[in-house]
Design a protein around this ligand. Structure first.
Ligand SMILES: NC(=O)c1ccc[n+]([C@@H]2O[C@H](COP(=O)([O-])OP(=O)(O)OC[C@H]3O[C@@H](n4cnc5c(N)ncnc54)[C@H](OP(=O)(O)O)[C@@H]3O)[C@@H](O)[C@H]2O)c1
Length: 251
């Protein structure tokens, strides 16, 4: 039996990269999946490629009104939301800490952190009422130790990991599991600076126990574990999917 039969999922930031791979795997396992991103055309292309199980809805996760519409439309269309994957994220401030201004600070918090808060607040009450829910927050290994010149990215991902634990603690008794995934280097648009240059890529992979560049599908299969009943005894955890990068010394 498919692992997500009769489940309804929202995956944010799913027009490409890790979110798209998660939507594909969830649809393969029988879920109806609402995918969001800012650009309707990219979402339409992604939905057409995956098939009828997918509903593409444009939503800027930094805007409260967009989030309200995303949740309302999903419930109107499918009656409930069982699984929420907070995947949309950005990194607009790759620079020394002393160059960061308040506008960038607020923007990074809004997109990488407050979006997850707003979505969990909107979706979790229905999950608690039905006594089943799974929330998966896509963090980063940069939330476990500081990324050089990436203070805001690391800070928002670290806070997302703590938010995950706090929600897990309170919602567990009501049937809702909340976990995070901390990917290492995965081949997507967001991370192309690190893998497009051959020398830089070789240097990065040289620091990993598993010597290949991570694929979005390798994160998606972990999201399936956490999103489905296969992960029924896992909550409040951050699963690291980084090819062993963080077990290496000297990083
Ligand atoms: N790739 C890595 O190496 C890596 C490592 C660790 C963690 N992560 C995390 O994994 C998640 C996915 O990253 P990715 O690498 O797959 O990135 P990506 O390829 O750049 O994809 C990002 C997705 O998010 C959407 N998006 C961006 N800003 C948005 C917004 N404000 N509102 C709604 N959707 C938005 C994009 O669509 P639009 O542009 O159309 O909005 C796109 O669908 C992020 O949280 C990232 O921090 C990635």
């Amino acid at each position: 039996m498919p692992l997500l039969e009769n489940r309804v999922a929202i995956v944010t930031g799913a027009s490409r990269g890790i979110g798209l791979a998660i939507a594909r795997v969830f649809a393969r396992e029988g879920a109806r999946v609402v995918i969001c991103g800012r650009k309707q055309e990219s979402l339409d292309r992604a939905a057409a490629e995956i098939g009828d199980a997918v509903l593409p809805l444009a939503c800027h996760v930094g805007r409260a009104e967009d989030i309200r519409r995303l949740v309302e439309t999903t419930v109107q269309r499918f009656g409930k939301i069982d699984i929420l994957v907070n995947n949309a994220g950005t990194n607009i401030a790759q620079e020394p800490v002393l160059g960061i201004d308040e506008a960038k600070f607020d923007k990074m918090v809004e997109i990488n952190l407050k979006s997850a808060f707003r979505l969990m607040q909107a979706v979790a009450p229905g999950m608690c009422k039905r006594g089943w829910g799974s929330i998966v927050n896509i963090a980063s290994i940069s939330g476990l130790r500081p990324q050089y010149h990436g203070m805001l990215y690391s800070m928002t991902k670290a806070a997302l990991i703590m938010m995950t634990k706090s929600y897990a603690l309170e919602l567990g008794p009501r049937g809702v599991r909340v976990n995070a995934i901390a990917p290492g280097l995965i081949q997507t648009t967001l991370s192309e600076y690190y893998w497009k240059d051959e020398a830089r890529l070789a240097e990065m992979l040289g620091r990993q126990a598993i010597g290949h560049l991570g694929k979005p599908e390798e994160v998606a299969e972990v999201a399936l574990l956490l999103g489905s009943d296969r992960g029924s005894y896992i909550t409040g955890q951050t699963l690291v999917v980084d090819g062993g990068r963080t077990v290496a010394s000297g990083i």
